[in-house]
Design a protein around this ligand. Structure first.
Ligand code: MSP
Length: 499
């Protein structure tokens, strides 16, 4: 089986923040999970580098646009690797291989009669680079919902249009045939009703923007940045690995993004693909939007949490865990330093870190570091975890895993192995063997299940119970740890920090 998954490609007009980290971690969790289930995976992320916004940001920085893009794109790439993202390719829309293919694609649309010339006048938010309907803007004053400080302005130009309207019936067919085309359901309904409510054609070229890919037949115009950007999902498969892997990975299995760009991914993207004769994606997952301390994260408000700072202080796993745990997947959520610290201390250091440390210390002390023969006495959770992951419920799967963490901690308190260890009575000895086996094996299974979320710590956990590298999903079942495995007590997985 092959599985292809994407994050949006991020705009380079501002620095990476926690919101970008969120989507990348989410996609990474799914990519890692599918890989260790034995599937062939292509996980794509990258940066979106053309358009008026980027050109303006470069100008403000006093740099030529390409140099500016190189600099900011490198920061997004650095964030992806600092977060331990396991992407297979990092695309940049300024890659010449991408640009060429974007031109080929629009030429194909034109040759198929899917582009026409017209004059466009509309309310345009230059931050979104999107024309909006009056009803989509905040009134009075036509303020942008996503950039509440910016008024959309009336812009008129002659450009090339994509007849999106004519694709409405095909889009509705696509939605009706695939009730899970967009998840969660509320987003599906939102997108479907936009289509049913009537679509406007989309201008696919810009006369006013110079920092972009030129239209092949009219190079004074550039290709609309969103067309250029969406096409990354296709072009990356054609050149990213140095060979064309579209036969294996097309159509894309899952696009992950936040609700802000649902319309473009759920409507414009499948329509332009169908118009070109390509299969539309298999599905979209649309997650919520973060606020910080109840407000939109913004530089001016000063409530932006810098993901690099979090990683420096607490490590990538802490950030990954917090993002996947704190916010109910699919819902909006709020992230704060206090919340991060609370989860780190309460759940990573106490619930999980202490469990691993106690379990391994007791085996070292009472059984000379060898896992005794025994039976795992706890209830397995791997089936419900797998079901949640298959349903792309990332916080739900993590909550299921945490029920096992909690029951293992309760088990230690109930069994009191330190009391059993005082007795030579054969029944007590067997009880201690079973308790120690249960703990070692459960810690191991937790390492397997947590691997997709906190890979570095999971590897340490597996190594501590003598099963390094045992991350295959079948091993998430309980009772698969071999007696005799060599256990050591690891360094604290989540060392205490000052709040
Ligand atoms: N460049 C376009 C996407 C093109 S994809 C073909 C773009 N870039 S962006 O930098 O603005 O990134 C938007 C995406 O970043 C969101 O869809 C989401 O995945 C992530 N997030 C950015 N801010 C976020 C929050 N505050 N909360 C959650 N996710 C956020 O749009």
């Amino acid at each position: 089986m092959a599985f292809s998954i994407t994050t949006p490609i991020y705009y380079v007009n501002s620095d990476p923040h926690l919101g970008h980290a969120y989507t990348t971690v989410a996609a990474d969790v799914l990519a890692r999970h599918r890989r260790r289930c034995g599937e062939e995976v292509f996980f794509l992320t990258g940066t979106d580098e053309h358009g008026g916004n980027v050109a303006r940001a470069a100008e403000a920085a006093g740099m030529p646009p390409k140099e500016f893009c190189d600099m900011v794109s490198a920061r997004f790439r650095a964030l992806a690797s600092a977060m331990e993202s396991s992407h297979d390719f990092f695309i940049r829309t300024t890659d010449p291989e991408h640009e060429r293919r974007v031109q080929d694609f629009v030429q194909l649309l034109k040759d198929k009669g899917e582009l026409y010339e017209g004059t466009y006048g509309g309310l345009y938010c230059s931050s979104c680079e999107v024309f909006y309907d009056e009803s989509e803007l905040i009134q009075p004053g036509n303020y942008c919902r996503l950039h509440p400080n910016r008024q959309a302005e009336w812009v008129e130009e002659r450009n090339w249009f994509f007849p999106l309207k004519t694709w409405a019936p095909k889009l509705l067919e696509l939605y009706d045939a695939n009730p899970e085309f967009v998840r969660p359901r509320a987003r599906y309904n939102e997108a479907r009703s936009l289509i049913a409510g009537g679509l406007e054609d989309v201008s696919f070229s810009r006369a006013t923007v110079t920092w972009g890919v030129p239209l092949p037949w009219e190079p004074e115009q550039t290709i609309y940045v969103w067309v250029d950007a969406l096409l990354n999902y296709r072009t990356a498969l054609e050149y990213g690995l140095g060979r064309d892997v579209t036969a294996t990975f097309w159509p894309t299995s899952l696009h992950v993004m936040a609700k802000d760009i649902l319309r473009l991914h759920g409507i414009v993207w499948p329509a332009m693909l169908m118009a070109a004769g390509y299969d539309p994606p298999q599905g979209l997952y649309v997650h919520g939007y973060f606020t910080s301390g109840g407000q939109k994260m913004s530089k001016t408000l000063g409530n932006v949490i810098d993901p690099f700072e979090v990683i420096d202080l607490l490590g990538a796993d802490a950030l990954r865990f917090y993002l996947m745990r704190e916010v109910q997947w699919g819902q909006d959520g709020d992230v704060t330093w206090e919340g991060l610290h609370r989860r780190y201390e309460g759940e990573l250091a106490n619930d999980l870190g202490n469990l691993v440390s106690r379990a391994t210390a007791m085996i070292v002390r009472y059984r000379e570091g060898r896992v005794p023969e025994g039976r795992n006495a706890l209830e397995p959770v791997h089936e419900s975890v797998a079901a949640r992951l298959d349903a792309v419920d990332l916080s739900g799967a993590l909550e299921e895993i945490w029920t096992l963490v909690r029951s293992a901690n309760r088990f230690v308190e109930e069994q009191q192995p330190w009391v059993l260890a005082r007795s030579e009575d054969p029944e007590q000895v067997r009880a201690l063997d079973n308790a120690l086996y249960t703990l070692a094996d459960t810690v191991r299974a937790l390492g397997v299940m947590l691997y997709a979320y906190i890979p570095t710590s999971a590897e340490k956990i597996l190594a501590a119970v003598g099963d390094p590298g045992g991350i295959e999903w079948e091993r998430a079942a309980l009772g698969t740890l071999a007696a005799g495995s060599e256990v050591h007590q690891p360094e604290p997985l989540f060392p205490r920090v000052e709040s």
